[in-house]
Design a protein around this ligand. Structure first.
Ligand SMILES: NC(=O)C1=CN([C@@H]2O[C@H](COP(=O)(O)OP(=O)(O)OC[C@H]3O[C@@H](n4cnc5c(N)ncnc54)[C@H](O)[C@@H]3O)[C@@H](O)[C@H]2O)C=CC1
Ligand SMILES: O=C(O)[C@@H]1CCC=N1
Length: 277
């Protein structure tokens, strides 16, 4: 499948265009999407990208767009759902990037749409090397194909058949970059304790993450196997791994971290529903 969007030919309305939606838009435009095909609804009225029309209210946005992507906070959905519903027509595919919010909820609010899907991008999509989880499509192959094509330039795309795994995917891939950044920060702090000044420790920790990520991307080995290659028998790495692995503490910490993030997804879904009559 091509990753160029120069002939995408679908009109997209972005209902809410904050950090996440504008990262997606930035990458779509880099991939050739015609900015004239996009309208962003932003209460601030601030420009988002050259050639992209920005309006401050939904009343100024074109009705019945091919695609309408909701990019507000889950807690806001109840406040904006009626405005969104007014814009939707029978040809509109509704995409929700809202953490937690279920397809059932979307179906209840937007029954008139052609299809409804959950989309879970992560911030690195801006580079074209992000991760995008998808669920839904209401059984419509054409809609599934169109949205897969739109998401491809963002990075790794994965359809999740069981929607009940979507909050788990969100914890792993949507929130995941933040957990990795914390790990790099911890490496930076550890480096400082070993005597490096802060900028040097940060520079080395960042470069190490980037080098490991580059190898993970191309290698067929598992992370366990890659770690074993680094750890020379009886060497320095093994001494460090022994600390991380003791009582599986890193693994337990990560499992707890992901569980907490996933649990918040259910709470967000409930908060989003509360706004509904
Ligand atoms: N930040 C991330 O890494 C990810 C965020 N998400 C989801 O993306 C959504 C947005 O998150 P962020 O971009 O991080 O937050 P954000 O706060 O940057 O974006 C929310 C946007 O909604 C806009 N908004 C509020 N009321 C509005 C209205 N009445 N009409 C139109 N726009 C309105 C705000 O002005 C703001 O630009 C959330 O639902 C979140 O779950 C999903 C994946 C990753
Ligand atoms: O923190 C959040 O709720 C969103 C979902 C994944 C990343 N950011």
């Amino acid at each position: 499948m091509t990753t160029s969007l120069s002939r995408f030919g679908q009109h997209i309305v972005l209902f809410g265009c904050g950090n996440m939606a504008s990262a997606m838009l930035g990458r779509w435009l880099d991939a050739g999407l015609d900015p004239a095909q996009v309208t962003a609804i932003r209460p601030s009225g601030k420009a988002v990208a050259n050639g992209v029309k920005v309006v401050t209210t939904s009343a100024e946005a074109p009705a019945n767009p091919d695609i309408l992507m909701i990019g507000v906070k889950p807690q806001m959905l109840g406040d904006v759902a009626e405005d969104i519903a007014r814009l939707i027509g029978p040809d509109t595919i509704v995409l929700s990037i809202l953490a937690g919010v279920t397809i059932d909820d979307l179906r209840g609010r937007f029954p008139g749409a052609a299809a409804r899907m959950r989309v879970m991008p992560n911030m690195p999509v801006r580079t074209g090397k992000g991760v995008v989880g998808l669920a839904g499509a209401d059984g419509k192959d054409a809609a599934r194909k169109t949205i897969t094509r739109l998401m491809k330039p963002l990075g790794h795309v994965e359809w999740i058949d069981e929607e009940n795994q979507f909050d788990a995917l969100t914890a792993l891939t949507g929130s995941g970059p933040a957990f990795v950044y914390r790990f790099v920060d911890a490496m930076r702090a550890g480096g400082e304790r070993l005597g490096f000044d802060e900028p040097t420790a940060l520079r080395l920790a960042r470069a190490t993450l980037a080098s490991a990520a580059a190898q993970l991307e191309v290698s067929e080995l598992t992370p366990t196997e890659l770690a074993a290659q680094v750890a020379s028998r009886g060497g320095m790495t093994q001494a460090g791994l022994d600390v991380l692995d003791e009582d599986a503490r890193l693994a337990s910490l990560m499992a707890e971290t992901l569980r907490a993030a996933r649990a918040r997804g259910r709470e967000l879904a409930a908060l989003a529903r509360e706004g509904q009559d």
